[in-house]
Write a protein that binds this ligand. Structure first.
Ligand SMILES: N[C@@H](CCC(=O)N[C@@H](CS)C(=O)NCC(=O)O)C(=O)O
Length: 217
């Protein structure tokens, strides 16, 4: 069995682990699985060979024994279901709840974060930008407040560490430079706990090495 994932040949995040190959690498590391990485340029992502694997021309993808998958959440779920690694609870109800949290991470929590990110990256020069930001910040902080209330003083979202925490920590990491997490020390501590896991450290180092090995100049 060979697992191959795709990642950016030159990630715009400059090795900060914000591209969505990081949660996939992290899940693979938690499950103790070796994997190959095929690096793709932005141009290659939009060419037929990659579009055959990813209809939207993005990273990450996952190939294994003739199976080709896209969507980081679905890939992490597949790894957790097929390869175990303690990424999903055995108890059926606890497993269903963990999967619900996986969807919550990539949909409910991620959506306002990505919308805000888009405004910061692409709308700074627009006359409406200053007026729009407080609304976008408010949508994010509303989710952070709800998430923080739900997390309470628990270490992880629902019992033991699971694939849901991989996805949620990765989504929250996107807020790194926004300052919005400052008001949520328990969420910052939750991110720190995730980042302290050896499997995260290996995944982070692997994606960072791609950036560091780029030709200089
Ligand atoms: N919902 C998708 C989002 C994938 C996505 O946005 N990938 C970005 C990198 S993190 C990408 O490939 N961007 C390049 C592009 O869209 O052209 C997932 O979670 O896998």
């Amino acid at each position: 069995m060979t697992i191959t994932i795709t990642a950016f040949a030159q990630s715009p995040d400059r090795g900060r682990g914000l591209a969505r190959d990081t949660p996939v690498r992290w899940a693979l590391e938690e499950a103790g699985l070796a994997y190959d990485v095929r690096l793709e340029t932005f141009a290659q992502l939009k060419q037929p060979p990659h579009l055959a694997v990813h209809p939207f021309g993005q990273i990450p993808t996952y190939e294994e024994d003739g199976l080709a998958l896209f969507e980081s959440g679905a890939i992490v779920l597949h790894i957790a279901q097929k390869h175990g690694g303690g990424l999903l609870p055995d108890d059926p109800q606890a497993r269903a709840r963990a999967i619900a949290w996986m969807f919550a991470a990539v949909a409910t929590v991620q959506a306002p974060i990505v919308e805000r990110e888009g405004a910061v990256l692409t709308e700074r020069d627009q006359p409406y930008h200053a007026q729009r930001m407080p609304m976008l910040d408010g949508r994010v902080t509303s989710r952070l407040t709800q998430l923080s209330d739900s997390l309470g003083d628990k270490a992880w979202l629902d019992g033991a560490f699971s694939a849901a925490d991989i996805l949620m920590v990765n989504v929250l990491r996107r807020l790194g430079t926004s300052g919005l997490l400052n008001a949520y020390p328990s969420l910052q501590a939750y991110i720190d706990r995730g980042e302290a896991r050896p499997a995260f450290q290996r995944a982070y180092a692997a994606q960072k090495a791609v950036f560091e090995n780029l030709p200089k100049g």
